[in-house]
Write a protein that binds this ligand. Structure first.
Ligand SMILES: NC(=O)c1ccc[n+]([C@@H]2O[C@H](COP(=O)([O-])OP(=O)(O)OC[C@H]3O[C@@H](n4cnc5c(N)ncnc54)[C@H](O)[C@@H]3O)[C@@H](O)[C@H]2O)c1
Length: 498
């Protein structure tokens, strides 16, 4: 089934660049959106850059899909400069109603009349936040989750003055950034997610306050049990399964009476006095065991990568949002490649990469398997160029690589810019014969060549099949533009009998 394309903004303004604003900056920049940041703190830019570095690392581990060229980050001295040409204004200032109201009011007077203006507030009501705004119909709450560059959920909450079209437009924008907008049906303090989290948080504080458990034991009670299930299934689907074959009805008959038992403090709040505060902080420090925030954030991100990749394999929960975003990225990249190669005179420079430090082996150079990664990415880029995009694959067709020959010629070091040039050596209805030269930018040294044979397949029938006419036409057009190029000296090794 073909998917609707969402419209990505070209420019977004961020008011506040702390934990959440920095996360928005990273998500937007990695999606190719230009960001204008306004934050009165002198170290805000530095914090955003550190978050962007973490996000780049995490996304590189998460997906093979081609991220677009990064957007640019501009730090501004005023609210009006930040918002003047932004299609999306996202406020992420401290959680104080008066401050947010003032900020949103100023932003609304300087922003485009067509801009979507959103607040990241964790629970303040949109009808109150928009009181002093010009054009409150374009305002809504868009409540994200930390780390914003990675977690897809964003709760969208409109007030009585918010236009329906604003919610729809905002949902499309956030989807275009790989997110899963959840529209909250009416405004309510704490929205949906934070009401649930607040209930859990209160119980957790009581358990520590009453010395029933330490902070680490409370966390273990989540991460070794229910927390694992929650990544895939929420509380309702989980409890349905708790009812076995009898489902939700049986579950409610069995555990309904427990609702009357004193299993929860719920509406009571423990007094956060100095003694409780010290206890929480001391136990939390012991739990962190000397690991820095940066170290723990990397662990968190790597675990999220594993979970998201697992869920993507099942096309379930947040894995579905990731798979959808990857399909959109592949489609966008195909369009971008076609634009970039229109006047290329036969040379196809389809892939480039900066060698990351974790690609370096014990010899201090690019490790062997990463040569294949770069060449395989180049093949993928070529496939996108000829129209093998998310829709084509969803329709049940693709190319599979059946043979590869790599020559490792020279070394590469961390931080070097590499690129590949691709030749279409031959093709017919089912076969594709590609040759890549991988070079270092600057001295243009040839580092490796890769020669690959691919077969076009009907994925449903699990058999080879002729490619679609449009793909074959694209291949013929490329073959025509490359006809005059000299035959690569090392080509012709794939497919030869030993
Ligand atoms: N931290 C979370 O887990 C989380 C999750 C979802 C939503 N939120 C919401 O996001 C918002 C920001 O929270 P945070 O955790 O990023 O806080 P933070 O303290 O990390 O960042 C706030 C930033 O706002 C800046 N700031 C202060 N006054 C400003 C002004 N007048 N204009 C522009 N910027 C200003 C500060 O310098 C700081 O960089 C809050 O509304 C919060 O409820 C937080």
């Amino acid at each position: 089934m073909r998917e609707e394309r969402d419209t990505k903004p070209r420019t977004a303004a961020l008011l506040g660049g702390g934990v959440i604003g920095g996360g928005w900056a990273a998500r937007l920049l990695l999606a190719g959106v230009d960001v204008r940041l306004y934050d009165p703190a002198s170290d805000a830019e530095q914090g955003v850059i550190a978050t962007l570095d973490r996000a780049r690392r995490a996304w590189r581990r998460l997906t093979m899909a081609p991220l677009p060229p990064e957007g640019s980050l501009t730090v501004t001295d005023s609210i009006s400069e930040a918002v003047s040409d932004a299609e999306l204004v996202q406020e992420s200032a401290p959680e104080r109603e008066a401050l947010k109201r003032e900020l949103l009011s100023q932003a609304s007077h300087a922003a485009l009349s067509t801009a979507i203006i959103a607040s990241s507030t964790s629970g303040l009501l949109p009808s109150r936040l928009s009181t002093d705004m010009d054009g409150p119909e374009r305002f809504l709450v868009a409540h994200p989750f930390n780390p914003v560059y990675f977690l897809p959920l964003v709760e969208l909450v409109g007030g009585p003055q918010t236009a329906t079209s604003t919610i729809e437009h905002a949902a499309s924008i956030y989807r275009s950034l790989g997110m899963r907008p959840l529209v909250v049906r009416r405004e309510i303090d704490g929205f949906i997610a934070d009401r649930l989290l607040e209930a859990l948080w209160r119980e957790a504080l009581w358990l520590v306050n009453d010395d029933v458990a330490t902070v680490e034991e409370v966390d273990d009670a989540i991460t070794y049990g229910a927390g694992l299930r929650w990544a895939a299934m929420g509380i309702f689907l989980t409890y349905r399964l708790g009812g076995g074959e009898g489902g939700m009805r049986h579950f409610l008959e069995q555990f309904g009476p427990a609702l009357a038992l004193p299993w929860t403090h719920l509406t009571d709040v423990p007094t956060l006095d100095q003694a409780l505060l010290e206890k929480l902080v001391t136990q939390s420090d012991a739990q962190a065991d000397g690991r820095s925030a940066d170290e723990l954030m990397r662990v968190r991100d790597d675990c999220l990568v594993a979970i998201l990749q697992g869920l993507r394999g099942q096309s379930f929960g947040a894995g579905e949002a990731l798979a959808r975003y990857e399909r959109a990225l592949i489609g966008d990249s195909a369009a971008h490649l076609r634009d970039a190669t229109d006047d290329a005179g036969g040379t196809l420079r389809l892939h480039q990469v900066i060698v990351p430090t974790d690609w370096i082996d014990y010899n201090g150079h690019l490790t062997e398997s990463r040569y294949l990664d770069v060449l395989a990415e180049s093949t993928d880029a070529f496939l996108r160029l000829i129209g093998i995009d998310g829709d084509y694959i969803a329709d049940g067709h693709s190319y599979y690589t059946v043979e590869t020959h790599i020559r490792h010629i020279a070394e590469a070091s961390a931080g070097e810019h590499l690129y590949t040039e691709t030749r279409l050596l031959a093709h017919d209805q089912k076969r594709l014969h590609l040759f890549h030269e991988m070079r270092r930018q600057g001295d243009e040294t040839l580092l490796a060549t890769g020669e690959h044979m691919l077969l076009h397949v009907d994925r449903t029938a699990a058999a080879t099949a002729p490619a679609e006419p449009a793909v074959l036409a694209s291949l013929s057009a490329i073959a025509d533009t490359q006809r005059e190029l000299p035959w690569p000296e090392a080509a012709g090794r794939v497919g030869r009998r030993p």
